[in-house]
Write a protein that binds this ligand. Structure first.
Ligand code: ATP
Ligand code: MG
Length: 388
């Protein structure tokens, strides 16, 4: 009895002429991601991706865990493959499904016959397999309308596949099919979620973090690295660029009106991030802002921030509530890391009364007190890059 993983493609199937590109990318991403679990054959046929262990050492449990985090997959299931022969199927199904069926009391069988040469039709297959499962599990009964579990039998090209429920996949489209963008990542709750959301739309990420030592600590930096590793389980490999921000923040503090400090700082972040983003072939910036959450996230403040950037700035959380953001953070396992109490450069120099409705001309006037270009060049000379 051989066990495999069957993967159902998500939105990719709607892609028409581009479908090949999306599918190839998905296969490549799956192969790369599960390579740590051992040797597997990964191929697609008729809208299903097959993941087949090549040897004894291939760890299918680990492969399944990893597949659950690959974008572009709407659902997946473990399945058992056997010969396309009714006697074998009737013997294999109760053997393979025994443990899973022990926990349910009602079930039904649904069958699909992709191979039309197979002697029985799908109704007949379902009936016979249902009978075999009932004989082997006397506690079960069949419920065609509301079963606790649906057993599926699929007669395909290379054999018969038997499996239980399909689990939901990570959704989205394959990373790498949506271009590249830079995520401005802090140690907070929001930006890791924003990163995950954009990666789910196929975007390959580069991470940019601003650090203000000695006001922010090495521990705070490590926290961001931990968050990115969690995001990377879905988004794949990425580079993290850390930009030293202390000098800029001190200059703003010493030379500009306090109530504008936050918006001025954010404009510097956009400019510096954009330059790094270009270097890494990114064509957009991503932030974790959500409308109205804090003083710098009003429409007016965002307008002033955006005016400093030429690239599009994506804010996937703009219309979400904190509770929704928390739900995603828990799902992707960043929540517990995010709530660790470390300082961020944003919180270090927070003005007592930030201006919630800045206007661009007031902000630009305040900026005249600074040598913007020199400050940018200076901080970009000392960036630190690391692989996640
Ligand atoms: P988060 O929970 O992501 O920290 P927040 O609600 O605390 O967001 P701010 O601190 O105002 O909001 O930051 C808004 C956005 O600016 C963040 O979501 C992030 O994209 C970016 N940002 C904030 N601090 C940093 C930083 N130190 N380095 C890089 N980007 C940052
Ligand atoms: Mg923050």
């Amino acid at each position: 009895m051989q066990e495999v993983i069957l993967v159902k493609l998500g939105e990719i199937v709607l892609k028409g002429l581009n479908r090949r590109v999306f599918e190839d990318r998905l296969l490549k991403n799956i192969r790369r991601r599960i390579s740590r679990a051992g040797n597997f054959d990964v191929y697609s046929s008729q809208s299903t991706v097959y993941i087949v262990p090549k040897d004894e050492d291939a760890d299918i449990d680990e492969a399944e865990e990893r597949v659950a985090k690959v974008f572009g997959i709407i659902g997946y299931t473990r399945a058992c493959v056997c010969e396309k022969d009714m006697d074998t199927i009737l013997k294999t199904a109760p053997e393979y499904l025994g443990d899973i069926l022990a926990d349910v009391s009602t079930f039904k069988v649904e069958s699909k016959r992709a191979d039309k040469k197979f002697a029985l039709d799908s109704m007949q297959i379902s009936r016979e397999v249902g009978g075999a499962l009932l004989r082997a599990n006397p506690h079960l009964s069949v419920d065609v309308h509301n079963p606790q579990m649906v057993v599926r039998v699929e007669i395909r090209e290379k054999g018969a596949y038997i499996h239980g429920e399909t689990k939901p996949g990570a959704g989205g489209i394959p990373v790498g099919t949506g271009g590249k963008a830079a995520i401005l990542i802090s140690g907070g709750l929001d930006s890791p979620v924003a990163a995950w959301m954009m990666a789910r739309r196929g975007v390959e990420l580069t991470a940019i973090h601003f650090a203000s030592p000695p006001y922010t600590s090495e521990r705070a930096h490590e926290k961001v690295v931990s968050l990115l590793k969690k995001v990377g389980e879905y988004a794949g490999r990425m580079e993290m660029v850390t930009i030293p921000f202390t000098k800029i923040q001190e200059e703003i503090r010493d030379n500009c009106p306090e109530e504008l400090a936050t918006v001025l700082m954010r404009r510097f972040m956009m400019r510096a991030a954009e330059r790094v983003a270009r270097e890494y072939d990114c064509s957009a910036l991503i932030t974790g802002e959500s409308l109205g959450q804090v003083a710098s996230q009003t429409i007016q403040a965002i307008a002033c921030t955006d005016a400093a950037a030429e690239m599009p700035v994506f804010r996937p959380l703009i219309g979400t509530d904190k509770a929704e953001i928390v739900a995603v953070a828990r799902r992707i396992d960043t929540y517990d890391i995010s709530i660790e109490p470390y300082e961020d450069c944003c919180t270090v120099f927070t003005p007592r009364h930030p201006r919630t409705r800045p206007t661009l001309n007031i902000v630009e006037a305040a900026e005249k007190n600074l040598d913007v270009e020199a400050l940018l060049e200076d901080c970009l000379k000392n960036v630190e890059v690391r692989k996640i």
